[in-house]
Write a protein that binds this ligand. Sequence first.
Ligand code: ATP
Length: 364
Amino acid sequence: MNVTLQNLTKEFPGRGKKQPQPVVAVKDFTFRIPHGKLVGLLGPSGCGKSTTLNLLSGLQKPTSGRIFFGEDDVTDLPPEHRGVGLVFQNYALYPHLTVKQNITFPLENRKGKEKLTKAQMAQMALEAAKLVQIQELMDRRPGELSGGQQQRVAIARALVKMPRILLLDEPLSNLDARLRLQTREEIRRIQRSTGITTVFVTHDQEEAMSISDLIVVMKDGVIQQTGAPQAVYDDPANLFVARFLGNPPINAFAGDIRGGQLYLGGEAVLQTPGLPDQPVTAAVRPEGFLPQADGPLRCAFRGVEVMGRDVTILSAHPDHHAPVIRAIVSAREAAAPAGDNVRFALKPDKVFLFHRDTGERIRF
Ligand code: ATP
């Protein structure tokens, strides 16, 4: 089912002297989530991700704007009538109930025609448990499970109602690194096999990039860019998005366009035909540097980090925004420089230019 968020705004009123101004947590958010896709809502802490999810679930009401599930306007529907499955960071399982009882819990209160027999509930719980592969653990209590297993129970509980959409709010935050990786692949598998339209909130760009069909990058309540993860990485709309995606992060320099060329530190490092002279921020992906003995960009050599197949050359440049430039090159290209400097040519498709003041993209 498609989900449409139309001009959604959520404003929290000011609260006396401590916070006199209202907070606009989500501002004019318009996006259509295509049927059966997994959408990653991504952005730094406080950008409005959880609020957007809460608007979708019905836990919060928008100040203005509408939400549609398919053709249905659900803006005024309470959460229990929206048919959403919710999974939070902290699992929120009942400690005194078994896994099976936790999963069947959302089915217990059905009334009238919807009322289910014990056998029906047990069958539905077993099917949901199988999806997340915890059918062996049905008689245990949450305290007897690992964090990853508890989160799977929470996902099974969200799935047992056959929700129209699945909403996941930082579901991996409480897991250790290995379990995070495993569980995120698990979520992807479950989402694919059920085909449920899913929204996944995270501040971790790598997590969002790895499992989402589409990402929505937010800042200060405003959508910055939407699209397939690779497309957004390859074609960021502004400096914020360019910086937010990618690990190691993009390398940003203060540069100048003069006479159709990009200058960094007095050296012409790239052709930018047709661009008017102006100050810019030039950002280079770590994989955009090509070590070359006579390359135009001269940086102070700081060292090398070997990571198996690839090598990171660490260097510095007076116009770079951070102390260290990280250039990822293949081990073959990484011969140590002869002197104190390392020289690079730049790969044009890995260099993005932005207005120095606004951070908006300048295409060339
Ligand atoms: P995090 O990753 O830290 O959870 P987030 O991106 O999910 O952050 P939200 O929780 O949606 O961000 O918050 C967005 C903004 O709205 C923040 O500035 C937050 O302080 C504010 N906010 C959230 N809930 C309320 C509330 N109930 N009352 C007032 N302000 C709120």
